[in-house]
Write a protein that binds this ligand. Structure first.
Ligand SMILES: [Zn+2]
Length: 276
């Protein structure tokens, strides 16, 4: 809505000036949670606490890159500005949350990037109440893998490669991946009864980032807590053989190997040790 209104105002301005100013359009990012990464999850017990550990992947499917610039330094934090590029190459900036310096990692993280929750399943497919949730996770945001090279404005080289830069972001058609072994990739589930639930991931839950679509930031997959019997087989989905799941493309839904579609294109994430 904002984009359209903006474009109309600029078009009117352009007409008023006798065509001296060309209409400009913001090329906004659109970040969404690729649900296939959520299938990479497991139950662990750490320090006497039971957790659901999960992987998460956030992809940019918008017309423009997510560009985050670190501004004023305030102790361990830094104000973040989102730079929005327009189709004529110009840009403007808006405040968009903060970076926090993590001494264990030795670099800046963009705060409140993802929220993880477990929800009841109501009836067949209904989304019910939250039964457990983790802390909001912070990360350095980088181009880790190619998600969709067919998108308009896809950048085959990527742009955001370093966690040490004051610039972070996500290029069009790229995905950043946070594997389940990383610190913070958990939902504490002590006291959650055995059963089937929605595992939900929301990117940018506090809406720091301006996107072309703010309504596709949540993805959900079904998970079983407890497992080991008691649940009826799903009548709508046959039980596959190992060969069938192994035959699916890596990184896609219900395939055991979850990784970037073109892993060689990404720098990897060696600087994120498991820290509990
Ligand atoms: Zn880090």
């Amino acid at each position: 809505m904002t984009i359209k209104t903006h474009a109309i105002v600029l078009a009117a301005l352009s007409a008023t000036l006798g065509g001296q100013a060309a209409a400009q359009t913001d090329l906004l990012p659109d970040i969404f949670v690729e649900p296939s990464y959520l299938y990479d999850n497991q139950i662990t017990v750490e320090g006497g606490v039971r957790y659901l550990r999960l992987s998460n992947g956030t992809a940019n499917i918008g017309l423009g890159k997510l560009y985050l610039r670190g501004g004023e330094i305030n102790g361990d934090t830094r104000t973040v500005y989102q730079r929005v590029y327009r189709d004529d190459g110009s840009s403007w900036e808006r405040e968009a949350g903060q970076f926090t310096h993590h001494s264990n990692h030795g670099h800046m993280h963009f705060d409140d990037w993802a929220a993880y929750r477990l929800r009841e399943i109501v009836g067949q497919d209904g989304v019910g109440d939250i039964v457990a949730e983790g802390f909001k996770t912070s990360f350095c945001i980088i181009d880790l893998g190619v998600y969709d090279s067919s998108l308009p404005n896809f950048n085959p080289n990527g742009e955001f490669r370093s966690c040490n830069s004051t610039i972070q972001g996500l290029s069009v058609g790229w995905v950043d991946i946070y594997s389940k072994g990383l610190s913070g990739q958990v939902i504490p589930i002590d006291g959650v009864p055995d059963g089937e639930y929605w595992l939900e991931s929301e990117v940018d839950p506090d809406n720091h980032v301006l996107e072309s679509d703010e309504d596709n930031n949540i993805s959900r997959v079904r998970v079983v807590i407890g497992g080991g019997g008691g649940l009826e087989p799903d009548a709508f989905e046959p039980n596959e053989t190992r060969a069938e799941t192994a035959g699916r493309a890596e990184g896609r839904a219900q395939q055991p190997k979850l990784r970037p579609l073109q892993p060689a294109a990404g720098p990897g994430r060696p600087d994120h040790p498991r820290r509990l």
